[in-house]
Ligand binder design. Structure first.
Ligand code: ZN
Length: 101
């Protein structure tokens, strides 16, 4: 998975931005890191937005990546607990679908 890291202050994000929102001068550069991570928090979605109504209920988790100081919001393919190790299963319509390891 690509992350973007500021060369000046080490600010890290998963979404591309033109300049660093923290120091406001640094340029962000893409870096390839493992998509494996650990569940930081999660929430079960029972009332889904229209485009996801057919798959509800489902679980959205905030994943702390193993190789970067950044968290990614993903959809889980099943129930998880905080602290679970997870990995990327596939990308569906631009969204990350994760599964427990
Ligand atoms: Zn910066």
């Amino acid at each position: 998975m690509n992350i973007f890291k500021c060369k000046l202050c080490d600010y890290t994000t998963v979404s591309m931005k033109y300049t660093c929102p923290t120091c406001r001068t640094g340029k962000l550069e893409a870096e390839e890191v493992s998509s494996n991570g650990t569940v930081f928090s999660f929430t079960d979605i029972h009332i889904a937005p229209a485009e996801f109504a057919d798959i509800a209920p489902y679980t959205i988790a905030l994943i702390q990546l193993d190789e970067a100081d950044v968290k990614v919001t993903v959809r889980m393919d099943g129930p998880v607990q905080i602290g679970d190790k997870v990995q990327l299963e596939k990308i569906v319509d631009g969204a990350y679908l994760y599964t427990s390891i």
